[in-house]
Each structure stands twice: as C-alpha cells, then as structure tokens.
Design a protein. Sequence first.
Length: 403
Amino acid sequence: MRSVTDDSRLPLAGVRVLDIATLGAGPWMATRLADFGADVLKLEHPASGDPMRTLGTMADGVSLWWKIDQRNKSSMSLNLKTEEGQHILKQLVADADVLVENFRPGTLERWNLGWEELSAINPRLVMLRVTGWGQDGPYRDQAGFGTLAEAFSGWAHLNGFPDQPPLLPPMGLGDTVASVLGAFAVMVALYDRDARGGSGQFIDLAIWESLFSLIGQQVAIYDRTGTIPQREGNAISLIAPRGVFRTSDDRWVALAAATPAIFARVATAIEQPGLVDDPRFHDNTARSANRHELEAIIQGWIGERTQDEVLAAFGRADAAIAPVMDAEQLTRDPHVAARNAIVEIDDPQLGPTRLANVFPRLSATPGRIRHLGPLPGTHTDSTLAKLGYTPEQVAALREQGVV
C-alpha cells in the first residue's frame, strides 16, 4: 500500500463538511470523512466548546479522547444562538457539501437553521441529523445518547452472562456504530447526488436504530419461534466451543469452532483427537447441547499451559485461536507493527503520541492522520476572512460573543 502525502490525492479531497455536532456519533462520523481527505470545519460554542474537550483520560490537562477522535479537522468558534452566528453558518452552508448536527429535533428550526432553510440556500447540501431516537416518533423529544440507545436497542439485554444484569460496553459503542453507519449514509447520498444526477437530502440517523440494525435478527427469532433471545455470556447458540479460556500465566485466549474441520483441529491441538468421534461432540448441535462439558475439557488443557505455549500448540495444529490482547500487548505485537495499525503523530500539546491508524485500507488512496484534534477556534479568523470579514469585524464579533 503506497503512502499518500499529498492531501489533494486523498479520496475525499474537496468535499466540504461542516460539523456543528457535539460529543460522539456526529463528530466521529465527520472524523471518518476527514481521515480520507474531506475538509471538515468543526464549529463550537465560543464559551464552552465541545464537551468532549473535558471528557475522558487527560494527559497534561488535555483530553486524549478529544485529540484522537477530532483529528484532521479545522476548528472555528461560533455561537449559533445569535442572529449573526446563524447568518455566518448560512454563508458557510452555501459552499458546503455536508452538514452534521445532533441537536434535539426542532432546535435548529427554532434558530431558522432547519433543513428547509438550509436546503433552500444550497440544494446540493447533504445534512446528517443524528439523535438518540430519530426525528419523529413519540420519543423524538426525549434526551437521547449512546448509553440509552445501547439499552433500548436490545443490545444490553443480549450482552453479559445469564445470571448477571445486562452489561453495557466500556466504550461508546452506540456512538461508534452510528458514526460508521452515518459515514456510509453520507457517501451514499453524495454518490446519488454526484453520480446519478440527484440533489441534496437529509439523513435521519437514530443511534438506537444503528445498534438495532446489528441485532435485528432477535425480532425475527421471536416472531417465528416465540423465543426471546437471552444473554449467553461468551457463547453463541449452535456454535461450540466458543469462548475465552484462562492460561496458566493468568492470560486469556479466545477460540470458536463452528465447522467439523475447525473442531477437529482444536481437538488435535489439545491432544484429544478422539473428541471428534465422541457422540456428545460429533456436530455443532451436539456440541452446543454439551457445551459446558466440552469447554471444561478445553479449559483443563489450556489452564495447564502458558499463553505462548497454547498459541504455539494451536499454531502447529493450524487451529484458529487468538490471544486476548490489552493495550500494552497491542503496542508491541509484530503483526500490529507489520500492518502499521498504530501510528505516531507529533502534537504541539502532547508531543509524539501513538494511536490507531485509519481503517479500512484503500490500496490507491488510503486515509491518513494528518494532525490530532485542534485547539479551540484555531481557524476562526481565517475562515471568516474567506467569507469577506475584515479583522475589525472579526474583533467586533468576538467582543459580542458571536465567535
């Protein structure tokens, strides 16, 4: 894969994105576009900024969450509650391809910045509207964010162990999934506009629906069988063995064996090839019915060996397995290094900082991280100058709290 150092060769170079959203799903979607070259201008309130600047683990007083998840963007301060702020946004919209927002439904309409107003200014505009519940329906006006979506979507109900409460993820899963789906939707809308003669349109992206789309089969299961899917821990129905196993050096490995061939290799790896002929384990249905017995046998063998010994034995048998990695292990793993999956970016506040690279990988025009999240309002003056504002006018706007 060749490196792209010329920003103009990035695949989304020339796509202009206005990011007026805060926190998770919306801004993260814009970041995904920025990673592949889109010109993303992040607009924040002059006084408070995006709350993400103050969240998460801090390094030297700087949010790592902000620095990483708001990378590759420009930053402008703008108070959208003021008439002049609204006027400035409309000027920016006139030349934009995409606008991303996550205010409660009706908020932008109260500020005369709704879809009808903005699309009249720029009929080619693609407007991504991210909310917890969606732009309509009886819950549209309720507060909504990722954690609530993880619960409402059915995801938390399925996650965890049968004898324990529903389990929420230790990261912003709902916002992350919504950001990926939102980026996909924006690219679909841009393709329809630019390649198929369409116009701009708005996208109604509900965070709960993003997660629901991943586990929607639970409704079909209930509808056709009357069964409500329940928490199974690390198991998946009709796949056994499947789970994590502790090694003698207090590390973990994960494996799954859905097909006869894969299970045979696992049986060879743990030095019990006769398991494939055991009537309790002869196919997936039998193995699933006797899951606990089978996984106890596997755990017994794995528990007597170190993680390295287990991985080596499975490797000799060509049996699928992977170590359960922590952050420190990832930073020194040879495969991670060979794939350039972690890159180091020099930041004026943090200094050299390692973080995950841009994925997925395009062979001709891969995305890349050009810089980490910017300081507040770094590009306010230069952006206003492009709109024709003089330094004196900018100073006046700043004094009035507009920027």
